[in-house]
Design a binder for this molecule. Structure first.
Ligand code: CP
Length: 306
């Protein structure tokens, strides 16, 4: 049985297979319209979502199956132990996707499960986002081998996955970050990325000048953004990170013609300006759509290989 809890659960060759499958699914949707007929995806969320929920659910519809949404707060998981609830939940499911506060929760779930489990974003990784972004970049520049990707802002769960997947696929990744989100730091992942010779860190934003793609993401994780206890830290981060805001003036100043990515939701005026979201080089909305195509491929690939 195969699951996708973190990016290293898939080899580079397997990631390429999944990206190829997603490209074929996009081109030939009818060929896959019954691929998940009579199959059920259960989606379990401990945090909010727009794209992850919609893209998995719509993806299952397109594959002839059905997606069921569960929110921790409105299920018995809130009054019981997840390790028991999940063993009941998987009896109704062919595949399970979970967005959890902690990666360790996914690991504990997976220990008692006999159904493929997909990480829909935890504090350390967002593998579906990274594979979707690899699909978007492949569509907008061909093979990732030899490409230069810059991540601007804070190192976090999304950048961890992007670093691992893109260095595995032969792209150079420059982390242009003054700080790393302490909850997301994964020294082992960084060491693996460094071994490829394709990973570097800097605080010099001029590195965007020869980038093929520039990515950014929120400076404050979704679970803290409206938390009064995090208000002072939020203000501190806004001051510290403002020089790393993705905007047209920054791109023009450094003569960058990079394509622009943001996993969304965007916090306009903070990590990204309106003129970057609406920039002619922005791929942000194609990127959001591609979450659905890549996740269709991930689900089909996991079931075929389980
Ligand atoms: N990028 C992403 O995972 O979006 P949601 O938080 O809306 O699911």
């Amino acid at each position: 049985m195969r699951s996708l809890l973190k990016d290293s659960d898939l080899s580079p060759a397997e990631k390429r297979e999944i990206i190829e499958l997603a490209l074929d699914m996009k081109k030939n949707p009818d060929k896959y319209a019954k691929e998940m007929k009579d199959k059920t995806l259960v989606m379990y969320f401990e945090k909010s979502s727009t794209r992850t929920r919609l893209s998995f659910e719509a993806g299952m519809t397109q594959l002839g199956g059905h997606g069921i949404f569960l929110d921790k707060r409105t299920t018995q998981v809130s009054i019981s132990e997840l390790r028991d609830e999940i063993r009941a939940i998987e009896r109704y499911a062919d595949v399970v996707m979970a967005r959890t506060m902690k990666h360790s929760t996914l690991v504990e779930m997976n220990k008692v499960m006999n159904t493929p489990l997909i990480n829909g974003c935890c504090e350390k990784y967002h593998p579906c986002q990274a594979l979707g972004d690899a699909l978007t970049m492949t569509e907008n520049g061909g093979d990732l081998k030899g490409k230069h990707i810059v991540w601007l802002g804070i190192a976090n769960n999304v950048s961890n996955s992007l670093v691992q997947t893109c260095t595995q696929l032969g792209a150079k990744v420059t982390m242009c970050v003054p700080e790393k989100d302490p909850d997301a730091v994964d020294g082992e992942m960084e060491d693996e990325a460094k071994k490829t010779g394709l990973y570097e860190e800097t605080t010099d934003v001029s590195c965007i000048k020869d980038a093929d793609f520039v990515h950014t993401d929120t400076w404050v994780n979704m679970e803290f953004i409206n938390d009064p206890k995090f208000a002072d830290e939020k203000e501190r981060r806004i001051k510290a990170f403002m020089p790393y805001q993705l905007n047209k003036a920054l791109l023009d100043k450094h003569g960058s013609d990079a394509k622009l990515l943001h996993c969304m939701p965007c916090h306009v005026g903070y990590e990204i300006a309106r003129d970057a979201i609406d920039h002619p080089n922005s791929l942000i909305f194609d990127q959001a759509e591609n979450r659905m195509h890549i996740q269709k491929a991930i689900m089909v690939w996991l079931l075929r290989n389980s």
